[in-house]
Design a binder for this molecule. Structure first.
Ligand code: PBG
Length: 333
C-alpha cells in the first residue's frame, strides 16, 4: 500500500501549529475606518443600504471617534455631506466645510488619530460628478463632459483646505489625469510638503459603489463615471495608472474596489514598492451585511476571511466599513 510521501496535515493539526506557520496576520493597524459627517445636530442616522454605518453630525461624532481610537484603529477616512451643492462643488473647498470642521475637531480630540481626507467633488457638486462639467443638451436630454484640467484647480483647492484643517493624509479619488501632480504642487506651495498623498490610483467604474452614492447622495445626475474611472476589464491599464501616480509623486497607491480586483492588487504589489491600500467598498460591505442579516453566512468568519485575503493578495492597508467589528473579532470579543 502506497502512503502519501508528503503530509501537509502535520502543520494543520492544532491551533498552535497553524498559528506558527500562518503567513498572513491581520492587525488593527492595517485598517482605516470611513466616517460620513454631516451638518445638523444630534444626528446619528443609519444609512439604509449600509447597516451599521451612520451619518454623524459634528456633535455626535466624538463618541464614534473615541470608540475607533479605543479599538486601536489608527486612521479614519472622512466623507462629507454638505448643506448646499453647486456646479463647482464649492462646499468641498470651503474652509468651514463639514469635512474641514470635522477634521479640526478630531485632531483636537485625538491628535494621534490619522485623518485621511477623501479629495473629490462628487459629494459637493449638484450634478454629482467628480469634477467640473461642461453641459449641453441634445434632443432635450442633458449631457455633460467632465473637464479635466479645470477640475484639477478645484481639487487642489479642496486638498489644500483639507490640509489646512489638519488632515494628515490627502486621498484624491477623482480620477482626473494629473491629479497627483496638481495636488502635490498645490500642497507644496501652501506649505504642506510634509503631507502625504494616498492616491486612488487604480479606481474602477464599479457598481459596487452603489450604497456609498446613497450614503453620500453623490450619484451622477446624468451620464456615468466611465470617462474617468477605469474599465473593470483592464489590468495593464492599472499598471499605467499607478506608474503615472508614482512619477507624479504619490506616496501610497490604492486599488478600488477590492474583492473583484484581487488580481489587480497582486499585480500592483509586484510592480511597485510603494505602500498599497485596498478599498473594501460599500457594495462589498452591504452584500456581507445583507447575507448575514438573513442568517445565510457567519459574518465574523466571512469578514475576517475577506480582510485576510486582501492582505494575502498584497494590500498593506485596508479601508473597510467592517474595521470596528473586525478589531473586536480579532480581540476575540
Ligand atoms: C468619491 C468616492 C466614491 C467612493 C469613495 N470616494 C464614490 C464614487 O466614485 O462614485 C466609493 C466608496 C464606496 O463605495 O465605499 N469619488
Amino acid at each position: 500500500m502506497a502512503f502519501p510521501i508528503v503530509r501537509h496535515r502535520r502543520l494543520r493539526a492544532s491551533a498552535g501549529i497553524r498559528g506558527m506557520v500562518r503567513e498572513t496576520v491581520l492587525n488593527p493597524l492595517d485598517l482605516i475606518q470611513p466616517i460620513f459627517v454631516t451638518y445638523g445636530t444630534g444626528i446619528k442616522k443609519e444609512i439604509a443600504s449600509m447597516p451599521g454605518v451612520y451619518h454623524f453630525s459634528l456633535d455626535t461624532l466624538k463618541e464614534e471617534v473615541d470608540d475607533i481610537v479605543s479599538l486601536g484603529i489608527p486612521a479614519v477616512l472622512l466623507f462629507g455631506i454638505p448643506e448646499t451643492k453647486d456646479a463647482v462643488g464649492s462646499s468641498g473647498f470651503d474652509e468651514n466645510g463639514v469635512v474641514q470642521e470635522a477634521t479640526r475637531l478630531i485632531k483636537q480630540w485625538h491628535p494621534e488619530l490619522l485623518v485621511v481626507a477623501d479629495t473629490c467633488l462628487c459629494e459637493f457638486t449638484d450634478h454629482g460628478h467628480c469634477g467640473m462639467v461642461h453641459t449641453h443638451t441634445v434632443d432635450g436630454v442633458l449631457h455633460g463632459d467632465v473637464m479635466n484640467d479645470a477640475s484639477l484647480e478645484l481639487l487642489t483647492r479642496t486638498a489644500v483646505s483639507q490640509a489646512k484643517a489638519g488632515a494628515d493624509i490627502i486621498a484624491p479619488s477623482n480620477m482626473m489625469d494629473g491629479f497627483v501632480q496638481a495636488i502635490r504642487a498645490g500642497l507644496d506651495e501652501a506649505g504642506f510638503d510634509h503631507v502625504p498623498i494616498m492616491s486612488y490610483s487604480v479606481k474602477y467604474a464599479s457598481a459596487f459603489y452603489g450604497p456609498f452614492r446613497e450614503a453620500a447622495d453623490s450619484a451622477p445626475q446624468f451620464g456615468d463615471r466611465k470617462t474617468y474611472q477605469m474599465d473593470p476589464a483592464n489590468v495593464r491599464e492599472a499598471i499605467r495608472e499607478a506608474e503615472s501616480d508614482v512619477l507624479e509623486g504619490a506616496d501610497m497607491l490604492m486599488v478600488k474596489p477590492a474583492l473583484a480586483y484581487m488580481d489587480v492588487i497582486r499585480v500592483i504589489r509586484e510592480q511597485f514598492e510603494l505602500p498599497l491600500v485596498a478599498y473594501n467598498v460599500s457594495g462589498e460591505y452591504s452584500m456581507v451585511k445583507a447575507a448575514a442579516q438573513q442568517g445565510w453566512i457567519n459574518e465574523k468568519a466571512i469578514v475576517l476571511e475577506l480582510l485576510t485575503g486582501l492582505k494575502r493578495a498584497g494590500a498593506d492597508t485596508i479601508i473597510t466599513y467592517h474595521a470596528k467589528d473586525a478589531v473586536r473579532w480579532l480581540r476575540g470579543e
